[in-house]
Design a protein around this ligand. Sequence first.
Ligand code: PLP
Length: 387
Amino acid sequence: MTPLPPLTSSMAREHAQATLSVDLDALAANWRLLAEMSAPAECAAVVKADAYGIGIEPAVRALARAGCRTFFVAHVSEGARARLALGVGSPHTIYVLNGILEDAATFAAYVEYGLRPILVSAEQIHAWEAHARTSGRPLPAAVQIDTGMRRLGLDPAAFAEFAGALVRADAAFPLALVMTHFVSSEVRDDPINDHQIARFKKTIALVPGVAASMANSSGIFLPQKPLFDLVRPGYALYGGNPHQDLANPMQPVVRLEAPIIQLHHIEAGETVGYNAQWTAKRPSRLATIGVGYADGIPRNAMATDDHDGGEAIVLGKRCPFAGRVSMDLIIIDVTDVDDPALKAGTPVELLGRDITVDDLAARSKTIGYEILTGLGRRYHRVYRGGT
Ligand SMILES: *Cc1c(COP(=O)(O)O)cnc(C)c1O
C-alpha cells in the first residue's frame, strides 16, 4: 500500500476554503484611539478567550508594539500564553480576571509566568496572603469589587473590612489595583451606571494611592468619563461598536471570505435548505459556500418575522442567505448579481468593512462578542501588519 501524502500547508489552505484575515494594524490603531481618549489614564487590553477569537499571541504582540503595557485574561492558561508571546521576563503586567483556585499548581503558575490574580472574595485574599508570606516575595494582586453585576467580587461592605489591612505598610502583598465592572455601560443613559460609579468611588476612597479601574470598551465612551487610573477595553479593540446607537468609531479587524463551491438555478416556488424554510419567489440563482454554523456563523442568521437574516457581499452586491445555515455550508441568493464573473470559485465576503461583526450579530439575534469569540478553528488564518 502506498503511504498517504503528507498534508502540506497549501493543501490545508485549500481544504479550509474560507480565509479569516486579521488586520493587526487596525487592532493597534484601535488601541491607540482608545489610549488617546483615555489619557492620562492607562489603556490596558483585554485579551481573554484567545483575544476575542482573533488569536492571543499575535494580538498581544501587536498591542505591546503599539505601547500597551497591561493585559487582562480570564484564565491562568491564557495568562501563560500571553506571557510566552510577550517573552519570559517581559515587563508587561498580566491580570487574571477569574480569580484563583487554591491549589499549589495554580499558585506556582502565577509566580512562574509573572501573573497577577484579581481576587474576588475574602477567602481568596487570605489564600493569596498566605501564599505571598510563604513565598517571601512581593506578589502584587488586584481585588474586584462587585458594584452591581453580582457575578464576581467582594461587595463594598465586605471590602471595607479589609481595606485598612490591605494598604498597611506590613501588608502581605502589594495591592496593585482595585477594579469593578459595569452592568450596562453600552446603554449611555442607564441610571445603573451612575449608581455603580458612586459605589466604586466610595470604595476606592478606602484605599488611597491604589490604582482603580472601571471602564470596559463602552465605559470609555460614557459621558461620565469613568476612566480612573486604568481602562480595560476588549470588544472595541477588535472592531466592535462600543455604542448601541451611534456610529462605530473603531476600525474592523477581521475579514472573512470564502469561495463559491457550486451555483444552482431554481424555479419560483422551489424550496431551499433544511426543513425547506426558504421558498423562491422568482426564478433564482443560488451560490453555496463552505462555511457554516460549525465555523461560527450562527444558525439563527436566517430571516424571520422579527429580524433580517445574514447577508454576504458577492461581486460588490449584498445578497441574502437563503434558508437555514447548515453545519458546513451556507446557501446565498445571488439572483441579483448580474456579473459574468459569477462562477464557482468567486470569493464571497461574510465579514469585513461592509458586513460588520455587529451587523451579523444583529441579523442572528446575538451580540458581536459572541460572533468574534465563536470564529471557527477551520479557517485559513492570515495575519497582516502588526509590525
Ligand atoms: C471582558 C471584560 C472586559 C472587557 O469588556 P469589553 O466590553 O469587551 O470591552 C473588561 N473587564 C472585565 C471584568 C471583563 O470581564
